[in-house]
Structure formats: structure tokens, C-alpha cells
Design a protein around this ligand. Structure first.
Ligand code: URA
Length: 280
């Protein structure tokens, strides 16, 4: 009996169980420890991706990157991957260059299950930068943060204080969708952190709005849960020593699940408006 193949009904039940548990993506038949796999040899410079990078790479322009080729994959452990991420991120002189390096980076396994890198949306020249947790299905499909229902609520909240994506810059602490929308692991966050830190440094906003607990805890080194930390001003210290006023607030996905809490989100957005106006 034990070696009889499962019947159709049993297979369907197993599939339903996985879908209900959030496993909505078939990656492979057997698990892989990608950190244990040998890293490909450091080979070539990343291809220029954006118009500005293409311009920088043209023969007339001075070289934007040093002659030493940048490796894409870390040698083995998550620490190696985080180390490489720090090296690459520090190397980026512009947001376009940072996006190009991140697109080539192979140290975070999420890259291999995601459809697209969701690096940023909005205006990097804006005074406000918003940072969320990680892309979901819509963001993964489109390749930009906050494109789905959370993004629509975020846009409505921004509109109440006279802002939109022409005046704010939006990113996530992790730029690839975790399979099934699970929370990114501490390891994945640690590997991606140098990139978001450099992104903040290069965008150099006046104000940072941390959307939800993971963004708040990881960027501001806050231990409290979001319901305690929201609405309080913190100082974010950028890598170049610049101090940025930072405000944690509730994540729009949480507000969609708990609409009564929108009044707290509303208070935080009002505080941001006052800060922009120089009255708080
Ligand atoms: N939630 C996030 O934290 N980021 C997104 O981009 C979308 C949903």
C-alpha cells in the first residue's frame, strides 16, 4: 500500500494545501542550497542598463568604474554575500549605477525566484523617501515598488498631504519578491541592506518614511514593534554621515487588513506634512 502512487484526489489535496500555505511558485523538484554552490568566477563588468550608464560607458565619457572587474556572486556564505553587497554598493556613484549593480548581483537567492528587480519608483529628487518591506506579486510583475493595492492606498494617503510619486521616491529594504509573499528572512535583509542604505545615501532625502515594522527595525535599529514606534521621529544616519529625519508609520498592507487603524496612519502623514512645512 505504502508504495502505491497517490491518486488524483490526494494530489489535488496536497496542491491545495500548498496554495493555502502561500506556496504559489514551483521552483524546482529538489531544494538547493545556493550558498553552498560554487560561485561563478568573477568575470565581466555589468552591462550598462540605463541611458546614463550607457552614456557613462561610451568612449567619450570618462570611465565611471575602475578597471578591476566587479564580481556578481559571493564566494559562499551569507556573510560573503553581505560583504560583496557592501563593496558593490559603496562603488555606485549614482542611483542608475546602483540599480545596474544590483541587477547583476547574485548573492541573494530571492533574485532567482523573482521575475523582476523592483528597485524604485517616483522622484529621487523629492524631499521624501518611503521605504517598505519587499515587493509583492504586482510589483514583481511590473518591476517597481508599491504597484498593487498597498500602493494604491499609499498614493491616496500621499494625496491627502499634497504629495504623489512626482514628489516622493519609493523603495523597499529587499528589492526582490520573496516567494509566496513571505517575510524576507533576516539573512536576506542583511544581504540586501547595503544596497538600500546606499540608495538612501544617494537619494539624500530630507525625510524618510519607514513603512511597517521590518523597514523600521532594519533601517532605524529599533527593537519596538511598529505600533509603539510609529509616529515618533528618529534620526537615520546615512553612510556619509548625513542625518535624515525618519518617521515610522503603519504599512499600507496592514491598513488594508485593519482599516480602523487608518486614523493612526493619517496622524503620521499629517506629522510628515508639518515637518515638510517646517512646523514640526
Ligand atoms: N509591500 C511592500 O512593502 N512593498 C511593495 O513594494 C509592495 C507591497
Amino acid at each position: 500500500m505504502a508504495d502505491m502512487p497517490p491518486d488524483r484526489e490526494a494530489l489535488q489535496a496536497l496542491l491545495d494545501f500548498h496554495v493555502e500555505a502561500g506556496v504559489d511558485l514551483a521552483l524546482d523538484e529538489t531544494p538547493h542550497n545556493r550558498f553552498a554552490e560554487p560561485a561563478p568566477a568573477p568575470d565581466r563588468q555589468p552591462e550598462p542598463r540605463s541611458p546614463s550608464q550607457r552614456q557613462a560607458a561610451s568612449p567619450a565619457a570618462p570611465p565611471a568604474t575602475p578597471a578591476r572587474p566587479l564580481p556578481k556572486a559571493a564566494a559562499g556564505t551569507p556573510d560573503d554575500a553581505a560583504h560583496l553587497a557592501r563593496e558593490l554598493a559603496a562603488h555606485a556613484k549614482s542611483l542608475e549605477e546602483l540599480e545596474g549593480l544590483l541587477a547583476e548581483f547574485e548573492g541573494c537567492a530571492l533574485k532567482f525566484s523573482a521575475k523582476n528587480l523592483a528597485f524604485a519608483d517616483g522622484n529621487p529628487e523629492g524631499r521624501v523617501m518611503l521605504v517598505g518591506e519587499a515587493p509583492g506579486a504586482d510589483e514583481d510583475r511590473i518591476g517597481k515598488p508599491f504597484m498593487g493595492r498597498s500602493g494604491q492606498l499609499l498614493d491616496r494617503m500621499l494625496a491627502t498631504i499634497g504629495l504623489d510619486r512626482t514628489s516622493v521616491y519609493v523603495a523597499n529594504i529587499v528589492p526582490w519578491r520573496p516567494p509566496g509573499n513571505r517575510t524576507p528572512t533576516p539573512q536576506e535583509v542583511a544581504i540586501c541592506k547595503p544596497f538600500i542604505a546606499r540608495q538612501i545615501e544617494l537619494a539624500a532625502p530630507d525625510f524618510l518614511l519607514c513603512l511597517g515594522g521590518p523597514a523600521t527595525q532594519n533601517l532605524l535599529d529599533v527593537k519596538d514593534g511598529i505600533l509603539r514606534s510609529r509616529g515618533r521621529w528618529f534620526t537615520y544616519k546615512a553612510g556619509d554621515g548625513r542625518e535624515i529625519r525618519a518617521l515610522p508609520t503603519l504599512h499600507p498592507a496592514y491598513l488594508l487588513r485593519q482599516p480602523l487603524q487608518k486614523r493612526l496612519g493619517w496622524r503620521d502623514f499629517q506629522a510628515l506634512r508639518r515637518a515638510l512645512d517646517g512646523t514640526e
